[in-house]
Write a protein of this length. Structure first.
Length: 256
């Protein structure tokens, strides 16, 4: 009702797509995620940054249930992610993931790598899946490589194929876990450019990366993690120029 109430709500006016509430994750004694509360709006690009071991990969992996959570809840588009079963497979298809290592099937062509998911999981006919795959390969600029095998492509090309493969499942949200950190420097830009274009097209994205250029160009928000906690959240500009916490200052001092 009142202005005061308005001010206490989150600044984002976006419709929430992914919501983590009170998420805790333990690996035995190790408390890897500590009471994570995070809402990702539809079309929002959230950049996750933080020291090694701070829980960034675990956060991504819980969002698509590659890891179970110990406590809390995760919803995608209002639906709670079950821990296992058929429903899980269906909901997991809403989440695309791109890892540091490209994980393409070595004995399948690029085209087959991209058509496999849509044919198996989405029951798409081969001709339709191939048409979709070619559109996506074109979107990331590797359509000329369609008949080749992964080993014949550069790392940057393989990572762009991995992006196309994830997009072929028509996910609602895309997770990227350090997608450029295994690449030679000259290939980083082509992968980041494909990601920027995806972001500009309105895809909801969670991106673990230390690439500040990407964060500033495409990021709506930076989430800084340390020791399994979200320590700080801000716009990329504010975060990189005026980090508030000592842990963020210390971390930025090391990477900048
Ligand atoms: P980051 O991606 O930020 O480097 P991770 O999410 O990989 O961090 O790891 C967070 C913490 O959880 C680390 O201490 C790591 O050793 C631990 N961890 C991650 N995966 C496992 C696992 N499968 N078993 C035990 N400990 C794990
Ligand atoms: Mg990691």
């Amino acid at each position: 009702m009142t202005a005061a109430k308005e001010e206490t709500s989150t600044p984002s006016t976006r419709d929430p797509l992914v919501q983590l509430r009170g998420v805790n994750k333990y690996f035995g004694e190790m408390h890897a995620l500590k009471d994570i509360n995070l809402t990702i709006g539809r079309g929002e690009v959230v950049v996750v940054i933080g020291p090694s071991g701070s829980g960034k990969s675990t956060l991504c992996r819980t969002i698509n249930r590659l890891e179970t959570i110990s406590e809390g809840s995760i919803t995608i588009d209002g639906e709670e992610l079950p821990q296992e079963g058929k429903e899980l497979a269906r909901l997991r298809a809403d989440v695309g993931m791109v890892f540091q290592s490209f994980n393409l099937f070595a004995h399948k062509t690029i085209l087959e790598n991209v058509t496999l998911g849509p044919m198996k999981v989405r029951r798409m006919k081969k001709a339709e899946a191939e048409q979709l795959a070619m559109q996506l390969l074109e979107r990331v600029g590797v359509e000329a490589q369609a008949q080749k095998y992964p080993a014949q492509l550069s790392g940057g090309q393989q990572q762009r194929v991995a992006i196309a493969r994830a997009l072929a499942m028509e996910p609602k949200v895309m997770l990227f876990d350090e997608p450029t950190s295994a690449l030679d420097p000259e290939m980083i830009k082509e992968v980041l450019d494909a990601m920027v274009s995806l972001a500009q097209g309105g895809m909801t994205m969670v991106v673990v990366t230390h690439e500040m250029g990407f964060a500033r160009t495409a990021g709506d928000r930076v989430v800084f993690m340390a020791d399994g906690e979200i320590v700080e959240e801000n716009t990329p500009e504010e975060f990189f120029t005026h980090p508030r916490s000592d842990r963020a200052k210390d971390f930025l001092g090391k990477i900048l």
